[in-house]
Design a protein around this ligand. Structure first.
Ligand code: BDP
Length: 580
């Protein structure tokens, strides 16, 4: 699934802006023919969640209708034309000029429809969106609380996860063209041999006659290219880059890859991609980037921003990266769903290591609905890897966050998913993120052990002297059992901005800062721990609950409007000068 791009053979048009909108609380729209157009109630911004744009819609999960008109552009003449949604949460049904294009389930990954034959001079695009929380969806909601299947969090709306279940068209919508004979996919993997970078490029193309592929890599004063004929629509090339400038945090060197589909010297189609030459590998208790041990310091984040909900506008995205750089972080996990294409591009450019996570948060393994949840998880794992496989920033795939793996079915579930992930990507380690720790049996066949730890918060509340030795003991037990690198993928405390206490007390900024500092103190003494991700980069909106004042999770070291709390300064000191 190639990201839409503008180049001499391809065009794009961003459909962001004001769209017509109408909620449909009595679910009448389908019966009343709104698929052919409806009278709007209001206009709203796309991309953005609807819940934050109108006070009255905060807890409304659907259904709701969007529509937008657009004209055919002359540049589309003689091309194939596609419509791409970056993300719609959760269930989307799409019509163009009254004809159904299709349905897509799942909130955080792109989907595409070909509309070449459906496009008219003037067009009406209609989208119905529904985001109900259901146990057989991923992530699930409305799951009866019980020790085996769900935390008793009592959230309103009843999500089985701790972030607001925003709905709507939450990422950009693009029209894009490709030639009729076109490059369909490109897969890039890289290796290093001494000072030589080796770039392997597999391209797939659809042609109606013989054609060849030209692949070139250019950058830092070097250019190399190879031509090879297409065999059954495919070609694989190895390109050697002497004295390669490797990609790493602090030196995010990107080369330009160009893949051209040619016939008789004429370029029929082309794709350009920034690529990074790097390797990633688990060896014993270490994580190796370009053959050298690397420590991941950073955060779990959320796509969450006032007014736009689950869409991070460019200024907010920029600020998140500015904050992470200021503090000395080198990585993050896409908690708890794949982030936008724009986010991944920025991580490539600025040199952040990313653990890419699927939307499988709060999974449970009761029989009811399990086969549907597995089917969805397989789809999301596949779509995530296909979308992000060429990003040098992605160094690990996470199959899930905090599954309730108490039931025996969990292990088989994750074996299935891990097998799928490995068949799609043989270059990156695979993990899942657990709250269970030593009893998370799937770590036996995964590459790294990722755990979220809240000693001093959900257990030993307010008592860091008791919490810290427990953390230390727990980490040792994990390593003793699995003998794999350990990452503490979440730890932290809520700190209400401006709330102070001496001695440090839960919810004060002092308590959060002290807890984070003492956790890092323990982590530094464990040579098998290869990552520390603080929960969270910024405060974020969640569902209402007794333990979520103002419907907020205040574990950010920055506020929701991205201002530093005390813990941010403490971390900046701890992480400065390349220290872990
Ligand atoms: C962890 C979850 C995360 C929550 C966090 C918390 O992975 O989504 O937001 O706890 O409670 O268990 O703050």
């Amino acid at each position: 699934m190639l990201y839409p791009q503008k180049n001499p053979n391809r065009q794009t048009k961003d459909l962001s802006g004001k769209w017509d909108f109408r909620i449909d609380p009595r679910n009448q729209g389908l019966g009343k023919g709104w698929t052919k157009g409806f009278s709007k109630q209001q206009t709203l911004s796309v991309p953005a969640s609807w819940n934050e744009q109108f006070a009255g819609l905060r807890d409304y999960l659907g259904p709701a209708w969007y529509q937008r008109r657009f004209s055919r552009h002359p540049a589309a003449e003689g091309k194939r034309i596609f419509l791409r949604f970056g993300s719609v949460n959760y269930l989307a049904q799409v019509w163009l000029n009254g004809m159904k294009l299709g349905t897509h389930e799942g909130g955080h990954l792109p989907f595409v429809f070909e509309i070449t034959r459906r496009l008219k001079k003037e067009n009406l695009l209609v989208v119905r969106v529904e985001g109900f929380l259901k146990p057989d969806r991923v992530p699930p909601g409305n799951v009866p609380a019980g020790p085996l299947d769900s935390f008793n969090n009592n959230f309103n709306p009843p999500a089985s996860f701790d972030f607001f279940p925003y709905c709507g068209i939450q990422r950009p919508v693009f029209l894009f063209t490709t030639p009729h004979e076109s490059i369909e996919d490109v897969t890039v993997t890289t290796n290093i041999n001494g000072k030589m970078g080796i770039v392997s490029v597999t391209a797939q193309a659809k042609t109606s006659g013989p054609a060849s592929l030209w692949v070139s890599v250019e950058g830092f004063g070097w250019k190399t290219s190879i031509e090879s004929p297409l065999k059954s629509g495919k070609s694989t090339d190895l390109l050697k880059v002497p004295d390669a400038k490797l990609w790493a945090p602090g030196s995010p060197n990107l080369y330009q890859l160009k893949v051209e589909l040619k016939r008789n010297g004429k370029t029929i189609d082309q794709i350009r991609l920034p690529i990074g030459i790097r390797t990633i590998q688990v060896k014993g208790s270490r994580l190796l980037l370009n053959g050298k041990p690397i420590f991941l310091k950073g955060f779990g984040r959320h796509e969450d921003y006032a007014g736009t909900g689950r869409y991070l506008p460019p200024k907010a995205l920029k600020k998140d990266y500015a904050n992470m750089r200021w503090i000395g972080a080198n990585s993050f996990r896409t908690t708890h769903y794949p982030y936008s294409d724009e986010d991944m591009d920025m991580a490539d450019r600025l040199g952040f290591l990313v653990i890419g996570e699927t939307p499988a948060v709060g999974l449970f393994f009761k029989k009811e609905g399990l086969s549907k949840r597995l089917k969805l998880c397989r789809q999301f794992t596949k779509d995530m890897i296909e979308r992000d496989k060429n990003h040098p920033c992605v160094v690990m795939w996470s199959l899930a966050n905090e599954p309730h793996s108490h039931r025996p079915a969990a292990k088989a579930f994750f074996k299935n998913l891990a097998g799928l992930a490995r068949s799609l990507d043989k270059t990156r380690p695979i993990t899942l993120v657990s709250y269970l720790g030593v009893s998370e049996e799937s770590f036996e066949f995964l590459d790294a052990v990722c755990v979220n730890r809240y000693y001093g918060w959900y257990t030993e509340p307010g008592d860091l002297d008791k919490a810290i030795p427990r953390l230390s003991q727990d980490l040792d037990e994990l390593y003793r059992k699995f003998k794999k690198p350990v990452l503490v993928t979440e730890f932290g405390a809520d700190a209400i901005p401006g709330s102070h206490a001496d001695p440090p007390t839960m919810f004060s900024v002092e308590y959060q800062a002290e807890m984070i500092e003492r956790y890092i103190g323990v982590i530094r003494r464990k040579p098998y721990v290869v990552g520390a991700h603080v929960w969270n980069l910024s405060d974020f909106k969640t569902a209402q609950a007794t333990h979520r004042p103002n419907g907020m999770n205040y574990k950010g070291v920055f506020t929701r409007d991205r201002k530093p709390k005390l813990a941010a300064y403490v971390l900046r000191k701890l992480w400065s000068k390349g220290k872990n």
